[in-house]
Design a protein around this ligand. Structure first.
Ligand code: NAD
Length: 486
């Protein structure tokens, strides 16, 4: 119980809230205060097996999988309406559970609800195909749901990442089992109650809280799961591909980590505004963002003065009470992540980068870290290469366009990249050569439901959002009908 809220903390299996078969639980804590919010059901293999069997039975029964798309649409739109009606409660749960500022959680709700509405609206507008064969046949290409989809998601945008997976998977007619992160399980369980109220049939949507190496691994190794929809680290993404190979070659769609370059050319307009965007690109959501603009590449001709402007912008982005609507940054999700970020900062100093601001935790209770800026970072430094997932910006200098492109691509990741310039020829030259799932030109993190979101290289192989995501959760069936021509 916190802030007058009672949290559902049991798993949602077979249309009912239940304890884990073992009776085990784990703690959910508010990282801003240390307060225990709930003891959450810690699911493991027996719970996963049960949920998978229920999901499989529901899929075979056809109450959802064979329901006319227009009827699925209506139920999903009802779910979105219920989420809208409860958006403040859902946002509050995410903020209490993982420390993000309430303004950011409310933004996530808009993203989550918008995604469910968009995918619901898409599903009765997708046509199959008639292949252009001769008159002696009628060749149909049908789109069918896959079966059982397990969605395994992270903690940094708990409900929004959930919606990006479950909306297209459900719209396409699959049965979905969601495993939220053990660091932020509570909003998913509230969502389960809303999904039941919206009318999703029994076994169509289930939620299995638990750890990765228990509940997550059991789902990933299951012979009866047809698809893994994953958002999380590259390291775990690689493991999931192995699990698929060890089991039933299930489809594996990965949205993984990043170390995104944000390139500022000397010809860009309004340096103050660009600096403010560059700071927000890393400090938004405490830097716990897959597309954080964590590598700032600045043309050396303006680097000194530009870094000063970034430092000034960062001063206005200090961490504060996550429940205060004016806080730009909140708390770091847990002690492990807090320690990890501070270790990276220490390494940055030891390897010779110039610490220009922050680098410290905030005194007092709660897990807060000041916005941290390192200048003079080189590509060989650990902080310049590895995903920190915290409020730590690494600034690099470059002299030529060619050098900027090389440095931007010199990473195993390829999730996002940004560039700031007024020269349209340069913008297109550089954009085409950036190895990245998305490129932001004169902005950072722009996009909406109509745009696919995902990475290349070791940032993953899937695409969330837009009608393209529906393709991932459906299978093509080719039907060749022989016809008599006379
Ligand atoms: P994580 O990989 O540690 O965990 C993600 C999920 O996988 C959690 O639910 C976890 O319990 C589960 N998991 C862990 N080990 C598992 C295993 N062996 N088998 C099955 N499941 C397992 O990542 P995280 O710390 O929760 O999230 C941070 C990472 O997520 C960062 O790398 C970030 O860049 C990435 N991320 C990517 C995107 C994107 O769209 N590309 C979006 C958000 C976050």
């Amino acid at each position: 119980m916190a802030a007058g809220l009672a949290f559902e903390s049991r798993a949602f299996i077979d249309d009912a809230f239940v304890d884990a078969a073992s009776g085990d639980t784990f703690e959910s804590r508010n990282p801003a205060t240390g307060e225990i919010l709930a003891q959450v059901a810690s699911c493991d293999e027996p719970d996963a097996e049960r949920a998978v069997a229920v999901a499989r039975e529901a899929f075979a029964g056809g109450e959802w999988s064979r329901l006319a798309p227009g009827k699925r649409k209506r139920i999903l739109l009802r779910l979105a309406d219920l989420m809208e009606a409860h958006k403040h409660e859902l946002a509050l749960i995410d903020t209490l559970d993982m420390g993000k500022p309430i303004s950011s959680s409310l933004g996530d709700m808009a993203g989550a609800i918008g995604c469910i509405r968009y995918q619901a609206e898409c599903i009765d507008k997708l046509y199959g195909e008639v292949a252009p064969t001769g008159e002696e046949s009628l060749a149909l290409v049908l789109r069918e749901p896959l079966g059982v989809v397990a969605a395994i998601v992270p903690w940094n945008f708990p409900l929004m990442m959930t919606a990006w997976k479950i909306a297209p998977a459900l719209a396409a007619g699959n049965s979905v089992i969601l495993k939220p992160s053990e660091k932020s399980p509570l909003s998913a369980l509230r969502l389960a109650a809303l999904a039941r109220e919206a009318g999703l049939p029994r076994g169509t949507f289930q939620v299995l809280p638990g750890f990765g190496h228990t509940a997550g691994k059991a789902l990933a190794l299951s012979m009866e799961v047809d698809c893994l929809a994953f958002t999380g680290s590259t390291q775990v993404g690689k493991q999931l591909m192995q699990y698929a190979g060890q089991s039933n070659l299930k489809r594996v769609y990965l949205e993984c980590g990043g170390k995104s370059p944000n390139i500022v050319f000397a010809d860009c307009k309004d340096l103050d505004q660009v600096a403010s965007h560059a700071a927000a690109a890393i400090f938004h959501n405490q830097g716990e963002v897959c597309i954080a603009g964590s590598r700032l590449l600045v043309e050396n001709a303006i680097r000194e003065e530009f870094v000063e402007r970034v430092l000034k912008a960062a001063e206005g982005m200090q961490p504060g009470d996550p429940l205060d609507p004016d806080s730009f940054m909140g708390a770091i999700v847990d002690e492990t992540q807090h320690r990890r970020i501070l270790d990276y900062i220490r390494q940055g100093v030891e390897e010779g980068a110039r610490l220009r601001s922050g680098g410290q935790p905030l005194d007092g209770p709660g897990l807060f870290i000041l916005p941290t800026v390192f200048d003079g970072v080189t590509p060989s430094m650990t902080i310049g290469r590895e995903e920190i997932f915290g409020p730590v910006l690494s600034v690099f200098g470059f002299d030529t366009e060619e050098e900027a492109i090389f440095m931007a691509n010199d990473t195993p990741y390829g999730l996002a990249a940004g560039l700031w310039s007024q020269d349209i020829d340069r913008i297109m030259r550089v954009t085409r050569r950036l190895q990245s799932g998305q490129v932001f030109v004169n902005n950072w993190a722009g996009g909406d439901q109509t745009m696919p979101f995902g990475g290349v290289k070791q940032s993953g192989n899937g695409r969330d959002k837009s009608h393209h995501s529906l393709e991932e959760y459906s299978e093509l069936k080719s039907v060749w009908m022989a016809l008599q021509t006379e």
